[in-house]
Design a protein around this ligand. Structure first.
Ligand code: PGA
Length: 257
């Protein structure tokens, strides 16, 4: 299981450091649970150098290499700051910042070329779901974003399913809606690669995932953790999500009666 926090454009640098200190006082993540936090980019180098009690993620990356690209930062630069994971294709970047399918695919390549892990986001709008094209929409995003990748690099791909209508809205996909989309993604991956690769790729759910609904979502067979926005900002609630992931790991390991 992977519990990943996406702070978006929130927190001052002091608040980010306070979070890291508070989080460090909690017990270590349960066995089988990885924890990642993606703070705002300006904080990455300092947090990476100081050492933080979680994997360090970036929320964005340049689709280009180094050079005359004012304001951009490359995947290698992120790697040099201690970043291990990069979120690519978040709907807030697809819809608000010009990250179309081609640019998203290029960013995926840059992240993987730098040896980092990519958290590839996909998800449908409310209109897509109401028009019953949500499966097509998500699978098409996967097709353009990851289908070109070799089987070798797929070990560094995480897929985050984030229905746009659930992001930051308080509306959450039901466990059934999450599970059926995750199963479709897993099936697509097993056809595009093979069942072994498909089984190993963590599939995260994102969209108003919080302590009160995490147990139900994480109990779904094909949900391997969460990409958490709002509920990752507070150390206690983020820790509660880490613990929920720990319970899900334990329940999966229990022999079936
Ligand atoms: P949310 O955001 O948990 O606040 O809905 C999730 C995300 O955008 O990754």
């Amino acid at each position: 299981m992977l519990v990943a926090g996406n702070w978006k454009s929130n927190k001052s640098f002091n608040e980010a450091q306070e979070f890291a200190h508070a989080f460090a006082r909690f017990p270590k993540a349960p066995l089988g649970v990885e924890v990642m936090v993606a703070p705002p980019a300006p904080y990455l180098a300092a947090l990476g150098t100081k050492g933080v009690p979680f994997l360090l993620g970036a929320q964005n990356v340049s689709s280009t290499g180094p050079g005359a690209q004012t304001g951009e930062f490359t995947a290698d630069m992120l790697s040099g700051c201690g970043v291990t994971d990069v979120i690519v294709g978040h709907s807030e970047r697809r819809d608000g910042h010009g990250d179309d399918d081609d640019r998203v695919a290029e960013k995926v390549n840059r992240v993987l070329d730098a040896g980092l892990r990519v958290v590839f986001c996909c998800g449908e709008s409310l209109h897509d779901r109401q028009s019953d094209v949500h499966f097509d929409k998500v699978l098409r995003q996967l097709e353009s974003g990851v289908l070109h990748l070799s089987a070798e690099v797929m070990s560094r791909v995480v897929v985050a399913y984030e229905p746009i209508w659930a992001i930051g809205t308080g509306l959450t996909a039901t466990a059934l809606q999450a599970q059926e989309m995750h199963a479709a993604i897993r099936q697509w991956l097993s056809e595009a690669y093979d069942t072994d690769i498909a089984k190993r790729i963590p599939l995260l759910y994102g969209g108003s995932c919080k302590p009160s609904n995490a147990d139900e979502l994480f109990a779904c067979q094909d949900v391997d953790g969460g990409l958490i926005g709002g509920a990752s900002l507070d150390p206690e609630s983020f820790q509660a999500l880490v613990e929920a992931a720990g319970r899900a790991v334990m329940n999966r390991e229990k022999p079936k009666a």
